[in-house]
Write a protein that binds this ligand. Structure first.
Ligand code: ADP
Ligand code: MN
Length: 515
């Protein structure tokens, strides 16, 4: 024994009455509940042993060592096992009861009510990918059990061998049992207090962790089901984001859904008031919600993975963050276009995977897509020249290739064409940038040639007109081969020198864009 520590025991002379009375009951006369004592005989043995030790070396145990129940000095693995088994048993009984009630309610009815969501014992699902996403988002790793935190040495009562600290195993055990009642309300803990159950700190912590992860697992399973049944509706987290925008007064009302695509859902909303003076919220807004179901985005990797603006970040991100990046990309690209004076939605705000922009249309009616309007030949020609001009601006001034340009992503409003849907747009030096541009040119030129615009350039002429390149190949196959060769050359150059070739800009300088 360390003599210094023994000497540290305060003078336990006759003190005030409250010091002699244990506030949590009478620990010395504890009668151990027999049925539980039978079950937890090890626990009993340990307690008896400790009592003996207390009698022999009361001071040291009580004060000098501080909290004597820690993860290190007491082996409670069998207690934990027992507690977990009891919990499991309890959960099973609960589920069995649920099943009985379910059966009683449903009887022979063809339409039945399922209590599935209320079950406690869930089959473990092997699909852990969601879990990975989850824990990357949380500041704490939920798989690491809480370390038992030592409590400061304060608060002891009694004297000599009767000293009782708040670390007293029995008292502490009872307190832990009572604290168990504070677990999530859905977590059935049974009548531990009634049974006079005493849980050691380690068992308590382990159970707490178990309750916590069970709660999360239940929520996840539930959420998964919600996703699969209500695929098109926005998930609760997005709903909360939208709700906050309305609550803050930024949006007046969200009126309804304009479009549900594979990768996004677009809503119409009436604009509210801005928090800052310098920003004006348009009277009508479009809210683009990028879908958080990950599947659809997997095949879009190639747009973003090779985009050097996002290169460093891509590899480190989890799928949820990648989806936010799509929204971010759309915002940046729209801002570039806006600054160049190209007709397109104006960005209002970006929050995670939700992008709010001005609404193209009026009175909740979105402007029609170019594919859905019948234009006079005059307007058709006008639209063609406007698009030719916009594609050039996009390339030269914004340093962008739309990469999904077609009559589906151009709206006709106010006698002109508006470009939308630019989350996948890339810079021309993107490893596939020129191929994307060629595809855009093909869509545009085919649409206007079919639409009767005699002046419309063919796809190769259009490509050269926009890129300023002079690819002379006569047929499409050779043309594309040259495009790919150029892309390869650029990539090699990047690999070797760490920077892009300047060949893409018309004046020989790499395009510089200041956002
Ligand atoms: P995606 O095609 O990837 O689902 P879009 O950005 O093309 O996403 O939006 C889908 C549809 O929503 C568009 O075709 C258009 O009809 C409508 N829409 C999108 N943004 C706006 C906007 N700012 N104003 C009006 N309608 C819009
Ligand atoms: Mn679209």
């Amino acid at each position: 024994m360390d003599p210094v520590e023994v000497a540290a025991v305060p003078d336990a002379g006759p003190g005030p009455a409250w010091q002699n009375k244990c506030p949590w009951g009478a620990p010395n006369t504890t009668s151990i509940s027999c049925s539980l004592a039978d079950v937890m005989s090890e626990q009993l043995a340990k307690e008896l042993q400790l009592e003996e030790e207390n009698a022999a070396f009361p001071e040291v145990v009580a004060v000098a060592e501080g909290p004597f129940i820690t993860g290190e000095n007491i082996d409670t693995s069998s207690d934990l096992m027992l507690a977990q088994m009891l919990q499991m048993e309890f959960d099973r009984e609960y589920d069995a009861q649920l099943r009985r009630e379910e059966k009683k309610i449903n009887g022979d009815s063809k339409v039945s009510i399922s209590f599935e969501n209320y079950r406690k014992v869930h089959p473990y699902d092997s699909d852990s990918s969601e879990d990975e996403v989850d824990w990357q988002d949380t500041p704490h790793d939920p798989y690491r059990a809480d370390k038992p935190t030592p409590t400061p040495r304060r608060g002891f009562i009694g004297k000599g061998k009767d000293i009782t600290t708040k670390h007293d195993e029995v008292v502490c055990g009872r307190k832990n049992t009572a604290r168990m009642e504070n677990f999530a309300p859905e977590f059935q803990v049974g009548d531990g207090i009634g049974m006079d159950l005493k849980l050691s700190n380690q068992v308590f912590n382990a159970l707490k962790q178990h309750a916590y992860s069970e709660e999360r697992r239940s929520a996840r399973l539930h959420e998964k089901k919600e996703h699969s049944t209500a695929e098109k509706a926005v998930d609760p987290k997005t709903r909360l984001l939208l709700y906050k925008m309305v609550n803050a007064g930024m949006l007046e009302t969200i009126t309804g859904c304009i479009s549900t695509g594979k990768e996004s859902v677009v809503f119409h909303a009436y604009g509210g008031r801005s928090a800052t003076e310098d920003k004006v919220i348009p009277p009508e807004c479009a809210i683009k919600v990028f879908k958080t179901t990950l599947n659809e985005f997997k095949n879009r990797d190639k747009y973003i993975k090779d985009d050097y603006r996002f290169k460093d970040r891509f590899s480190k991100l989890n799928p949820r963050k990648i989806i936010r990046m799509w929204a971010e990309k759309e915002m940046h690209n729209l801002t570039r276009m806006q600054n160049a004076g190209i007709p397109c939605p104006q960005v209002v705000i970006l929050k995670k995977h939700v992008l709010v922009m001005s609404f193209i249309g009026q009175d909740q009616v979105p402007a029609p897509k170019l594919k859905d309007v019948t234009l006079s030949s005059e307007d058709m020609k006008k639209a063609y020249y406007q698009i030719l001009n916009m594609m050039q601006q996009l390339y030269k001034e914004c340093n962008l290739v739309h990469a999904d340009l077609s009559e589906y992503n151009m709206l006709w409003h106010d006698g002109k064409v508006w470009l939308i849907d630019v989350s996948q747009s890339v810079e021309p030096t993107h490893p596939h940038g020129l191929e994307f541009l060629f595809r855009d040119c093909r869509n545009v030129s085919q649409f206007f040639q079919k639409g009767g615009v005699a002046e419309a350039l063919n796809e190769r002429e259009l490509f050269n007109a926009i890129s300023g390149l002079n690819i002379t190949a006569e047929n499409e196959v050779d043309f594309q081969a040259e495009i790919e060769a150029l892309e390869k050359m650029n990539e090699d150059h990047v690999q070797n020198l760490g920077k892009k070739l300047s060949m893409f800009s018309s004046n020989g300088d790499p395009p510089i864009y200041d956002e």
